[in-house]
Design a protein around this ligand. Structure first.
Ligand SMILES: *Cc1c(COP(=O)(O)O)cnc(C)c1O
Length: 360
């Protein structure tokens, strides 16, 4: 196992301990698990022609309060790559933030599945794409030698744990609209953004010009399965073929969609995300109360980024804590999940405090 995992001492990692490395370290939440078990009953039609997929699709339409086309795929890389490919020709380009997962963490999959559409990255504070950056990138070249900009991809919540407000999204939209660009949203942590903003999902999607959303289920609490939600129905045409060709059409689709029914029923998706955000708020407050720690970005969702004094991250790894230090703009990324407890946060903070005091 490579040191990308960040822990130089794998033997120290207690099995099953809840960690701060990522929300995808967590298991399946009870609401998703219960409906997954309920779906495991007898035979159903394959390839999405089952009642669970119909129900989950209907619930997503209700959630967004609009007619939209919904497709379930296995993971976020596929969701993003296939959604972006459906917006572009191979000679087009997609603008995204320089820290965007689609550029930094998908191994070239968006370019691969779009047959070469180029990602053009822009800088921006707090992990956000700004209208000015989009305008600059599009207008700096208009000749035939430049890959023609065709789409903008935004991550909500962002790779550094911040969220775009409805007004910020609308400001980007007003520029993309005038430039004839599509808008894609990587919503691997969409639920955390909705919980943080206290808005209805439509306010930060189709009412802010988003054409297609990759609605994350995995980090929210399902085991496998992201929903690609097209608000521009025309763009969804033949998307089923794109999924099939890419190996993303699940034959036993009900096991991807049924957990979504569990998440969407009674608002579990939002409750679980709000809890993860609250744990991150607790962690942030605790870190801020300790000396020598610098919190790097406004903590708005379920991640806290912080720099810790030299030697402290390594000592925490030795104590069996896992977290990444290479994501975003550096620092330690501490991610809370649906199952993070106050006791987990407090135990981590106690270890940080202990290490700080022995250094002084
Ligand atoms: C986790 C994540 C994804 C999806 O990653 P997969 O490992 O392919 O499921 C996409 N975008 C962002 C911002 C993420 O954090």
């Amino acid at each position: 196992m490579s040191l990308r995992k960040g822990n130089p001492n794998p033997a120290a990692v207690p099995t099953g301990r809840r960690q701060f490395a990522s929300d995808n370290y967590a298991g399946i939440c009870p609401e998703a698990w219960a409906v997954l078990a309920a779906a495991n009953n007898g035979h159903e039609q394959a390839y999405g022609n089952d009642p669970w997929t119909a129900e989950a699709t209907g619930m997503i339409r209700d959630l967004f309060e609009t007619r939209c086309e919904v497709f379930f795929v296995f993971n976020g890389t596929a969701a993003n790559s296939l959604a972006l490919a459906s917006l572009c020709q191979s000679y087009h380009s997609i603008l995204c933030h320089e820290l965007a997962h689609v550029d930094t963490d998908e191994c070239g999959a968006p370019e691969f599945f779009s047959n070469g559409t180029k990602l053009l990255t822009v800088a921006g504070d707090n992990g956000k794409v700004t209208p000015a950056a989009v305008e600059r990138m599009v207008s700096r070249r208009t000749d035939i030698h430049y890959p023609k900009p065709r789409a903008v991809s935004l991550t909500q919540s962002t790779e550094v744990g911040t969220v775009y407000t409805p007004d910020e999204l609308k400001a980007v939209w007003s520029v993309t609209k005038s430039l004839g660009l599509h808008l894609h949203m990587d919503g691997a942590r969409f639920a955390n953004a909705v919980a943080s903003l206290g808005v209805s999902p439509k306010e930060i999607t189709w009412q802010a010009g988003i054409d297609v959303l990759c609605f994350g289920g995995t980090k929210n609490g399902v085991g496998v399965g992201e929903a690609v939600v097209f608000f521009d129905l025309k763009l969804a045409e033949e998307f089923d073929y794109r999924c099939k060709q890419a190996g993303q059409l699940a034959s036993k689709m009900r096991f991807l969609s049924a957990p979504w029914v569990g998440m969407l029923r009674d608002g579990a998706w939002l409750k679980r995300a709000a809890h993860a955000n609250a744990m991150a708020a607790r962690l942030e407050a605790g870190l801020r109360s300790l000396p020598g720690i610098n919190v790097l970005f406004p903590r708005q969702a379920n991640a806290v980024f912080a720099t810790l004094p030299a030697g402290v991250p390594e000592a925490l790894w030795q104590r069996g804590w896992l977290f990444y230090t290479f994501i975003g703009a550096g620092g330690c990324r501490l991610m809370c999940a649906w199952d993070t407890t106050e006791a987990d946060v407090d135990a981590f903070l106690a270890d940080v405090a202990a290490l700080l005091s022995t250094k002084i």
